[in-house]
Design a protein around this ligand. Structure first.
Ligand code: NAD
Ligand code: DAU
Length: 358
């Protein structure tokens, strides 16, 4: 079936998931116009898009989603019909150290995009095929007990960290803009992603890099916290399906049905590193595991019920945790030139603050 090319604005497209999504979209839809808007904070990296910037249909704009004038100019100048909104402050530990940037980008930034898009969409005659996809997180639902059912789209919000509270605030604004103004919005709430271009501060890349450097592996608390892991490529394919087939105003949960305790995941990673990485400074890697002071307010368990996405939109993930993790480890082993420069003085200062006792 023929498809009308889209003109898509991807915010946060130089970050982890955003850049994977830009690659996905470029590969799948080479006829589309792709505009990436990213402020290049510490988490944004233009290197993630280096192989795409030569393409005539791809434009990178360094800028802030809170900049209303810039956002409006991009909508009009590029005749945008689709927004995939990834830009955010995304790390829970940083939100505990300093919540201000989280409220600014996640709440005010999303509000700025919504207001600019509402005005633009009205000017264009409220086209029914325009879309505003807001990429959000399962953390807005709070924490589950060991036998609670997984989060569904109707689970009440109960965010516990400044990060998840700011994401919840943005979700509510997006929902209200559909309800009040009829804006063609979509919300997705996804579980923990892993894969290429994941910034070193997050659990899996941090552990992987520390193993390569012979540094201790800081597991928070008792290591029994559970996350539901999804390969980033599967997240991107789910977002693609939601943009093309989702119903405006709806929310879709995205998850891989891969609940794993942190300590078990770290052991799995250690085993893979022992198998795949030559010349490790410490072997077996699990000797590096160190239990450290818990994250304040640490959510115990997340689990996503993605039945709606699977049954209504026909999405299925392609990777299991074993295949996805193997690919990810191989990527980090062959991309030292990507992650080594990210271990900057600024990053070391952050690391000291969070892991002072390690
Ligand atoms: P990330 O931190 O790797 O990337 C965020 C990107 O946004 C960076 O490129 C950064 O430069 C950019 N950015 C930050 N503030 C900006 C601003 N004011 N204006 C423009 N750009 C700005 O984040 P990620 O892990 O790729 O997450 C992307 C989105 O997906 C976030 O909204 C996050 O809440 C959501 N999400 C993440 C996960 C996960 O496991 N990482 C899971 C579910 C949902
Ligand atoms: O659930 C989706 C969320 O997943 C996204 O919304 C967030 O943007 C993303 O950062 C991620 O949040 P988490 O807090 O779950 O991810 P993180 O990688 O920081 O931690 C995963 C688990 O590992 C969590 O239980 C805390 C623990 N952990 C983390 C780090 C960095 C450790 O035990 N040690 C660590 O050093």
């Amino acid at each position: 079936m023929s498809r009308t090319p889209r003109r898509i604005l991807i915010t946060g497209g130089a970050g982890f998931i955003g850049s994977n999504f830009v690659h996905h979209w470029c590969d799948r839809y080479p006829q589309d116009r792709i505009v990436v808007l990213d402020a290049l904070t510490y988490a944004g990296n233009r290197e993630n898009l280096a192989d795409l910037e030569e393409r005539a249909n791809v434009r990178f704009v360094q800028g802030d989603i809170c900049d209303r004038v810039l956002v409006e100019a991009l909508f009009r100048g590029e005749a945008i019909d689709t927004i995939a909104h990834f830009a955010a402050e995304s790390h829970v530990d940083r939100s505990i150290l300093g919540p201000d940037a989280f409220v600014r980008t996640n709440v005010v930034g999303t509000f700025t995009l919504l207001e600019a898009f509402r005005q633009y969409w009205n000017t264009m005659g409220q086209p029914s095929d325009y879309r505003f996809l807001h990429v959000s997180t399962d953390e807005v639902y709070g924490s589950l007990g060991p036998t609670d059912p997984a989060f569904s789209e109707t689970t009440p919000y109960a965010p516990n960290s400044p990060y998840s509270a700011s994401k919840a605030g943005s979700d509510h604004l997006v929902r209200a803009y559909h309800h009040t103004y009829g804006l063609p919005t979509l919300i997705t709430n996804c579980s923990n992603n892993y894969g290429p271009f994941h910034f070193p501060e997050k659990l899996l890349p941090l552990m992987c890099i520390n193993i390569l450097m012979g540094k201790s592996l800081p597991v928070y608390g008792d290591g029994q916290n559970i996350r539901d892991w999804l390969y980033v490529g599967d997240h991107c394919s789910a977002l693609d399906v939601v943009i093309h087939r989702g119903t405006p105003g709806e929310t879709y949960n995205i998850g891989g049905n891969n609940e794993v305790k942190n300590i078990d995941l770290v052991h799995k990673l250690c085993d893979l590193m022992d198998e795949l990485a030559p010349n490790l400074p410490v072997r077996p890697s699990h000797k590096l595991i160190t239990f450290v002071k818990d994250r304040p307010g640490h959510d115990r368990r997340y689990a996503i019920d993605a039945t709606k996405l699977r049954t209504e939109l026909g999405w299925t993930p392609a990777q299991t945790i074993d295949t996805g993790l193997r690919q990810t480890v191989q990527w980090y082993l062959t991309h030292r030139d990507w992650w080594q420069p990210l271990l900057s003085t600024e990053y070391q200062a952050y690391y000291q603050q969070v892991y002072a006792s390690v």
